[in-house]
Design a protein around this ligand. Sequence first.
Ligand code: GRF
Length: 200
Amino acid sequence: MSEKKRVAVLISGRGSNMSALVEAARASEFPAEIVGVIANKASAEGLVFAGQNNIPTAVFALKDYADKAAADAAIDGQLRAWEVDIVCLAGFMRLLSAEFCAKWEGKALNIHPSLLPAFKGLDTHARALDDDVSEHGCTVHFVTADMDDGPIIGQVTVPVEFGDTPGLLAARVLKAEHKLYPWALAQVASGAIRFEDLQD
Ligand code: GRF
């Protein structure tokens, strides 16, 4: 097999999608390895899992930088230092600058808990229930400067069930996320899905 792609995962909290990527990447045939985890706050719970698994971590909090451009430049510098090929945003709750997105175009992925383009932004599960949809789900897409936009790599549909609450629905979607993200990363890392092939 050709050399594994080097991946960094950006998180803000729990990091369950990051953990799913780390677990998937243990397989010898997986085309990528997780070489670092970056958080925008030191309290991100997922940093504990990364540390326990001997994955290098780094924290870049916006408050420690003059502005967003400087914080993003610091993140970019860390990614270059780790010789990262692909960046996976996994619950990273801060919008990255257009400049950062341009630098990583075609090499940055994001997971979002809805069937995009439906329900961009926050509180997707509650909004889906409010809209009385029968199907919900999750999406992995390439990152572009516009939030929760960018070419779609893959989606998984999840049924909305009678009596669902945002929490119940979120838990069902999260299980699907943990399968979708490793699959999507493998597609991009192996070259099976390329940003340029998804352009209109
Ligand atoms: C996930 O639902 C992801 O789709 C969204 O934020 C949540 C992060 O969860 N962007 P986790 O930190 O991966 O557990």
